[in-house]
Design a protein around this ligand. Structure first.
Ligand code: ATP
Length: 458
């Protein structure tokens, strides 16, 4: 029997019978406690998967546990002690010159709402640079007691996202993390601002093909997704949440992967993930079955997103997670007659239910790039994001501060009204001691990229 409970505007559902919580037997990581509740947008439970009509944004789902590992290397960023104090002073002059607290970022607009908090457009008061600031409320002690599962998840997801992002070497198709800050009751990830908005929004708006893109355009975005994911895989990270909602466009219209809350650093190990985690429509059969899996699950998701961009809906849809899950595991893939031969070929290879027989994109990267589906892609120009490259959508940006490519549902919100008690939450934790438990739990969170990195990429 599925159990249902409500949290904010979202429903949380667990399907113990259908998607058993799986213990992760990770050789590299220390394990955390299991999380068993599947958290989904309530709209996805009631008919957002129909093939026509408006689509609603799909939330990521978590059946199982997170691991919060320290990545083996931190190549491009300087790790900053929590609130610049907890792990001892940093001597670097460069670091001190650009240390920031949350006071240094002026909120401009609300850009969106994630499962665990809002995302704001903010401006550095000193440099006037724009950033996206993802806020996640910390659990108060009484909340941990009352709603421990939900709040623990948000914390672990945030810590994981910060650790993964801070370990990723620069890649144009992966969002950049510039700062990770915390105060008395929130975490803040200060990210590269992507003013082109969600690919999902462009897929569902102003599109003469309904909810679909032209095949050439699909190949362009698929190639950029693949470049981003190949980079992640090369450094040992499984992304685990590829979907149009997590693909944002920069000012030039190049695609950037965001939202690393479900990603996992598995190093060079194979088949070590076991958490049933992701967004149902894009999750591989091996993930849903509770089998051990690895990078191959991401290439299944790419197949789903390619299908989605071409058809206007993912390959396996249904009115409940149970029905989607069952179709992904059992139903034969049906490719619409109007897909080209090349699209059908690459999709049948990516959407092979057997991960061992699926297109081994990481191993056969050259063959993947040479597939006829990508025949119009100049991969070297794409990798360089050369100015001579025309992007399918050039986002309209009259003023980046207007956030025109984001939903008015969020951008029309008054920022001041979104920050109740700002004067309290902005007190740095060093001057406003947190409960002892929190201090231990969140030690080492605060972080800043090097100023040269920020200057170069922001
Ligand atoms: N770097 C960014 N630049 C611009 N907008 C962003 C950025 N990151 C996030 N957003 C906006 O905020 C929204 C929510 O962010 P995000 O998906 O990271 O939250 P989440 O809690 O992880 O979401 P989910 O519930 O899908 O897991 C995005 O859909 C997007 O509209």
């Amino acid at each position: 029997m599925a159990s249902i409970f409500v949290f904010d505007e979202e429903a949380s559902v667990s399907f113990p019978g259908e998607a058993t919580v799986v213990e992760e037997e990770d050789e590299c990581d220390e394990l955390d406690e299991a999380f068993t509740n599947l958290k989904v947008d309530h709209k996805t439970l009631i008919g957002s998967h129909q093939e026509s009509g408006p689509r609603s944004r799909r939330r990521s789902s978590v059946y199982s546990r997170f691991s919060v590992n320290t990545p083996s290397s931190v190549p491009r960023h300087l790790s900053i002690p929590a609130d610049y104090a907890e792990e001892g002073p940093t001597e670097s002059v460069e670091v001190k010159a650009h240390l920031r607290t949350i006071h240094d970022f002026e909120p401009i607009k609300v850009l969106g709402q994630g499962a665990y908090g809002k995302v704001y457009l903010v401006q550095d008061r000193h440099t006037k640079k724009l950033f996206a600031q993802k806020q996640i409320r910390k659990p108060a002690v009484h909340m941990i007691e009352e709603r421990g599962d939900v709040y623990e998840k948000s914390v672990k997801r945030t810590l994981s996202e910060k650790q993964i992002l801070s370990s990723i070497t620069h890649h144009s198709n992966v969002v950049k993390l510039f700062y990770a800050l915390q105060d008395y009751d929130k975490f803040y990830l200060i990210l590269e601002y992507l003013p082109g908005g969600e690919l999902f929004r462009h897929l569902t708006h102003n599109n003469s093909l309904g909810n679909a893109f032209k095949e050439d355009h699909v190949a362009f975005y698929a190639a950029q997704m693949a470049l981003g994911m190949k980079h992640l895989h090369d450094i040992g990270v499984v992304y685990r949440d590829l979907k149009p909602e997590n693909c944002l466009l920069n000012s030039e219209g190049h695609l950037v992967l965001t939202d690393f809350g479900l990603s996992k650093d598995i190093g060079g190990h194979e088949n070590v993930c076991a958490s049933i985690i992701g967004t149902p429509e894009y999750m591989g059969p091996e993930v849903l079955k509770g089998e051990k899996y690895d990078y191959q699950a991401d290439w299944w998701s790419l197949g789903c997103v390619i299908f989605d961009m071409m058809a206007g809906h993912p390959p396996f849809t249904g009115n409940s997670h149970k029905s989607i899950q069952s179709k992904i595991i059992k139903q034969k893939l049906q490719l619409p007659f109007y897909f080209s031969v090349d699209a059908k070929d690459i999709l049948s290879k990516l959407l092979n239910k057997n991960p061992a027989k699926r297109f081994q994109v990481d191993e056969k990267w050259d063959a993947f790039k040479k597939h006829r589906f990508f025949r119009k892609i100049d991969w070297s120009l794409l990798e360089k994001q050369s100015d001579s490259l025309q992007t399918p959508i050039k986002p309209v940006i009259t003023d980046p501060k207007l956030a025109e490519n984001f939903s008015p549902e969020f951008t029309s919100l008054k920022v001041s009204s979104m920050l109740p008690g700002a004067e309290i939450i902005n007190i740095p934790s060093s001057t406003h001691p947190q409960p002892e438990e929190d201090q231990v739990k969140f030690k080492g969170f605060s972080y800043a990229a090097s100023s040269s990195y920020i200057d170069r990429f922001c």
